[in-house]
Design a protein. Structure first.
Length: 267
C-alpha cells in the first residue's frame, strides 16, 4: 500500500503496555504480554533486538546481562543459544513482592512467537532498538509483518513501529509508506524540538514518543499543530496521565496498565 499512514481515532486514551505488563511480570516475556492482554491494554509494546542468525527477539537491552542469566551482546548469539536462557528469574529477585514461581525459566520470545500467540487479536507497538547494530533489521521486520498479514490493511492501526533511530524509520517509510511510525525522543531531543522539528518528523511519522517528564503544554501544542499525535513514555502516575490527556495526548506507555484503568485492579 502506498497511501500515507494514519492512526484510527478512538474515544479513549490508548494504553500501550510498556514491555508488556512489566510492572507485574518480567518485561518483554510472554507472561508479561499475556497479562497485558488480560488487563485490556490497547497495545503491547515490544522492544526488538536481532540475533546473530537474523531472528527478531523481544529484549530491551542490546546485551543479555540485565534481564537474563546470559552475558554479552545479543548479536553475538544465535537464537538457539538465547533460548537456553532464563529471562524471568531476575524479576523475582529484584521485585520480590511481585515474584511468581512461574516466572522462573521464562524464555526470550521471538516476534514470530508473539504473533503466533496473539495473531490479530492484539495491537502491537514495536520498537526498533539499536537498528544500527544489525543487518537489515528493517527488511526482516517488514517480511515478518507481511507474512502475518499485518500489511494487508495498515489503516487499522494494528501495528505501529517506533524508534529513536530516524534513519531506521526513514528506511521503513520508504519501504511501506502506509505503516504508522513513531519518532521516539529523548529528553534532550524534546528540549530542542520546535515546530520545524515536528514538520521534519511528520514527513515520515504519524506520532512522536517523548519522555513524559520533559514535555509541557507548548511542546504538545506544537506537535498537534503539525498534525502529529503524542505518545509519551513511561507514565505510571495517574495524575500525570490526567494532565497529559487534558493537554491532548492520545496514548501513553505505562508499566502498570491498571493505574490508568480504574475498572481493573489486580493487586
Ligand atoms: O517506546 C517508548 C519507550 O519504550 C522508550 O524507552 O527505554 O523503555 O524503550 P525504553
Ligand atoms: Ca521501548
Amino acid at each position: 500500500s502506498t497511501t500515507k499512514a494514519t492512526l484510527p481515532t478512538t474515544d479513549h486514551l490508548l494504553i500501550f503496555a510498556h514491555r508488556g505488563a512489566s510492572g507485574y511480570a518480567p518485561e518483554n516475556t510472554m507472561a508479561s504480554y499475556r497479562l497485558a492482554y488480560e488487563l485490556g491494554a490497547d497495545y503491547i509494546e515490544i522492544d526488538l533486538q536481532m540475533t546473530k542468525d537474523g531472528h527478531l527477539v523481544a529484549l530491551h537491552d542490546d546485551s543479555l546481562d540485565r534481564t537474563t542469566n546470559g552475558k554479552g551482546k545479543v548479536f553475538l548469539h544465535t537464537l538457539e543459544e538465547l533460548k537456553q536462557l532464563d529471562a524471568g528469574s531476575w524479576f523475582n529477585e529484584q521485585f520480590p513482592s511481585f515474584a511468581k514461581l512461574e516466572y522462573e525459566g521464562l524464555t526470550i520470545p521471538t516476534l514470530r512467537e508473539i504473533f503466533e500467540e496473539f495473531g490479530h487479536d492484539m495491537n502491537y507497538y514495536i520498537e526498533m532498538k539499536n537498528p544500527q547494530q544489525y543487518n537489515n533489521m528493517e527488511d526482516t521486520l517488514i517480511l515478518l509483518l507481511e507474512e502475518y498479514g499485518f500489511l494487508d490493511d495498515v489503516s487499522d492501526g494494528k501495528v505501529i513501529i517506533s524508534s529513536f533511530n530516524e534513519r531506521s524509520l526513514r528506511i521503513l517509510y520508504a519501504m511501506e509508506p502506509s505503516l504508522p511510525l513513531t519518532k521516539l525522543q529523548s529528553p534532550y531531543e524534546v528540549k530542542k524540538s520546535t515546530k520545524n522539528t515536528f514538520k521534519k518528523i511528520s514527513k515520515y511519522a504519524v506520532a512522536v514518543g517523548p519522555s513524559y517528564k520533559s514535555i509541557n503544554e507548548e511542546y504538545i501544542k506544537n506537535a498537534l499543530d503539525i498534525g502529529l499525535q503524542i505518545h509519551p513514555y513511561t507514565v505510571d502516575d495517574p495524575f500525570a496521565i490526567e494532565q497529559l490527556e487534558k493537554w491532548g495526548v492520545t496514548g501513553i506507555f505505562t508499566n502498570f496498565i491498571d493505574v490508568s484503568n480504574p475498572d481493573v485492579y489486580i493487586m
